[in-house]
Design a protein. Sequence first.
Length: 201
Amino acid sequence: MKRELPALTADQRTRLKAYAALIARWSPRINLVAPGDLPRLWERHIADAAQLVPLIPPGSRSIADLGSGAGLPGLVLAILTGLPTHLVERDRRKAAFLREAIRAAAAPATVHAADAATLSPLHADLVTARALAPLPALLPLVARHLAPGGAALLPKGVAADAELTAAAPLWTMRIERFPSRTDPAATILRLTEVARARRSP
């Protein structure tokens, strides 16, 4: 069931189980994940988030997960890395779930019940966002909360190329691509040196 997960300590496994149990309990009420995904929660969501861990640049000291929703990937990363993590979620019901999940999993995370577009910059070394928005709309949020020299890890689906093309006139960045280990149609973008493109005079 958990074959795609990295090697876990007993403590990490216990904390992830507590987190997954809360998702299963809360999701029917506040739509954290699709109903059909609940039987495959570990493969479809937990492992999907965990695969980002080896892609985190060395020296990263904090994480900001934008539009965190169920805490994917941010809360999983907090549990597995121990890095202080900011979970940004404007839906107050989901923010309440995240606070409960942090307690249950003893995760080093803080919830910001706010819109990422208006929240004060978090200056995180790593910014993540999963299924929040296409790149042209997402990159202003990434740039707002990313520390100088930081990186963004953004899981993307089949539209990744089209999103990169649409963002290219407005943004400059260094792009690395990694195949998803949990979805053959998906890719993970690691973006660094993210900056608005200079307009020609």
